[in-house]
Design a protein around this ligand. Structure first.
Ligand SMILES: Cc1cc2nc3c(=O)[nH]c(=O)nc-3n(C[C@H](O)[C@H](O)[C@H](O)COP(=O)(O)O)c2cc1C
Length: 385
């Protein structure tokens, strides 16, 4: 699998050879690693600068309407926006979702994001750690504990890469960066459009189950922009997974990102599937309905109001990827800090206006759902094969 990570061919039979050849890569592998670095930097550049959002498919979070409270009995500055996630308290219910690692540019991005996130008091994910699995020297491009010693940190690996990697290596990979939990990403839509993408997706669910039972840290099943269906949520739950990042549609379209890199038939496929996915709002409800303990609402989150709406649907926290990357690109570390401050300001205002003194009260705030969201929620029964 190539996906977000490096791109050497990863069939099961190759996994042991790859691990044992880490010390002395051959020419083919070195070239692959170069191509990987190029692709990863391309992803960053495309995500920063190009139009890779969904065009028609929204998050549907605006389908959640709160009832306004004209007489909130609250001091806005005393509202408690904090949440407890996996044993750590976050000042605001937000995670900067996993984006990168494996190149010099990625190292710089991870470090600068981590500094701001640690300082502010929320959570952060790393991008796919496949590169450091293959080249241990690249670990440094993911390591942020020197600047973010206590931040809630999520490692990241693709489920198909994980399928082909011994658990012990994934354990070492997670320990090396000091991850509190491991996001195992699912990205079949990206893969089928990516020029060098994967084609064999068998064994993904079993891999989730293996990691869940064999790794000492929590596993987060993470989508990457296409959302999680009722059936996927149920299958993950039945496999023992209790944490999910729904990464629904409405934000960054990874089909669109790969479409920008693709030529010929793959480009055509990308055009066809650009809007593919399940809106973030619906995905959160599906994850809640099966009983997931932690639900990260990533995919198109732009404001504190979006996060409030996701929480009202059952999310634990919101997640943001591309908007934070763009803020870093435009205004450096200060830009990231401003996004976090803005999110808190907006969330605090919404909590006041619904009369919620804390995040638990926000979750229970009176609301109604718009007609656009309802078919997705009713349609669930068709998906219970
Ligand atoms: C530049 C970039 C790189 C990404 N790389 C990864 C990755 O390595 N692993 C992963 O699970 N998700 C990755 N993602 C997906 C995000 O974590 C997120 O799920 C998705 O972009 C939707 O969030 P957004 O609409 O806020 O961008 C990446 C996103 C961006 C923008």
């Amino acid at each position: 699998m190539r996906g977000f990570g490096p791109s050497s061919t990863t069939h099961r039979v190759r996994s042991d050879r790859r691990v044992s050849k880490q010390e002395k890569p051959d020419v083919e592998e070195t070239l692959e690693q170069d191509r990987t670095a190029t692709r990863k930097d391309e992803h960053i550049l495309i995500a920063q600068r190009e139009d890779v959002g969904f065009h028609r498919t929204g998050t549907l979070l605006d389908g959640v309407q709160f009832f306004h409270d004209s007489l909130p009995d609250l001091d806005i500055d005393a509202i408690d926006t904090s949440v407890q996630v996996m044993g750590k308290r976050l000042r605001i219910p937000l995670m900067v979702a996993g984006m990168t690692g494996g190149t010099d540019k990625a190292r710089d991005i991870n470090k600068r994001l981590a500094e701001q996130v640690q300082g502010y008091g929320c959570a952060m994910g790393l991008g796919s750690q496949r590169a450091m699995l293959e080249q241990p020297a690249l670990s440094a491009t993911y390591e942020v504990r020197d600047v973010a010693p206590t931040m809630l940190l999520f490692g990241n690996i693709g489920v198909i890469q994980a399928r082909d990697t011994p658990t012990a290596a994934l354990r070492e990979m997670s320990e090396r960066v000091g991850a509190d939990a491991l996001c195992v990403h699912m990205n079949p839509a990206q893969e089928v459009v990516q020029p060098e993408g994967d084609r064999d997706f068998r064994g993904g669910l079993e891999t989730m189950g293996r990691l869940q039972s064999e790794l000492p840290i929590p596993i987060v099943a993470k989508e990457t922009g296409c959302g999680v269906s009722p059936r996927t949520a149920q299958r993950l739950y039945d496999m023992g997974i209790r944490h999910v990042d729904v990464s629904g549609s409405g934000g960054t379209s990874w089909v669109a990102v790969e479409m920008k890199r693709a030529r010929g038939t793959k480009k055509g496929l990308g055009e066809l599937l650009r809007e593919w996915g399940i809106p973030t709002a619906a995905s959160v409800v599906y994850a809640r309905r099966v009983g997931m303990e932690t639900i990260v609402a990533t995919g198109g989150i732009q404001t504190g109001l979006d996060i409030a709406r996701a929480i009202a649907l059952g999310a634990t926290i919101g997640g943001m990827a591309r908007p934070v990357l763009q803020a870093l690109d435009a205004k450096g570390a200060q830009g990231v800090w401003e996004v976090l401050e803005r999110i808190e300001r907006e969330l605090r205002a919404v909590m006041l206006l619904v009369g919620a003194a804390n995040v638990e009260a926000l979750r229970a705030a009176p609301k109604f759902l718009s007609p656009e969201l309802r078919p997705w929620l009713l349609g669930e029964s068709n998906d219970r094969r």
